[in-house]
Design a protein around this ligand. Structure first.
Ligand code: SF4
Ligand code: SF4
Length: 93
C-alpha cells in the first residue's frame, strides 16, 4: 500500500465555494509585524502564498486541518469551516 502524500491527496475531493472560508484579518500585519510568516510553511496544501505585496489565500485547496488557525503567531487568520455541502471530502481505500 502506498504511503505517498500525493497519492493520499488524490483520494480527496473538493467542492469549492467561491466565497473563502479563510480570511487574513490584517494584511498589513503580515508584511509589517510578522517576520517568520509561518502560514507560508505550515500549511500542507500551500494555501498561503507570498505575492509581491501581499499574502494570497488560495482557499480552494484547504484540507480543513486547522493548523493555520493555531499556527499564526498574531492570530491574524479568521477561520471557519466551509458552508454546508462545500469543502473537502475524504475517500478511503
Ligand atoms: S503567520 Fe499570520 S500574521 Fe504571519 S503572515 Fe501568516 S497570516 Fe500573516
Ligand atoms: S486549515 Fe490547514 S489546509 Fe487549510 S489553510 Fe489552514 S493549514 Fe492550510
Amino acid at each position: 500500500m502506498s504511503a505517498r502524500v500525493e497519492d493520499k491527496l488524490f483520494l480527496d475531493r473538493f467542492k469549492v465555494d467561491e466565497e473563502s472560508h479563510l480570511r487574513i484579518i490584517s494584511p498589513k500585519k503580515c508584511l509589517k509585524d510578522c517576520s517568520q510568516q509561518a502560514c507560508l510553511y505550515l500549511c500542507p496544501a500551500n494555501v498561503y502564498r507570498l505575492e509581491t505585496d501581499h499574502i494570497a489565500v488560495h482557499h480552494e485547496g484547504c484540507l480543513e486541518c486547522g493548523s493555520c488557525r493555531v499556527g499564526c503567531p498574531h492570530l491574524n487568520i479568521e477561520w471557519r469551516f466551509p458552508k454546508g455541502g462545500y469543502g473537502i471530502s475524504h475517500k478511503f481505500g
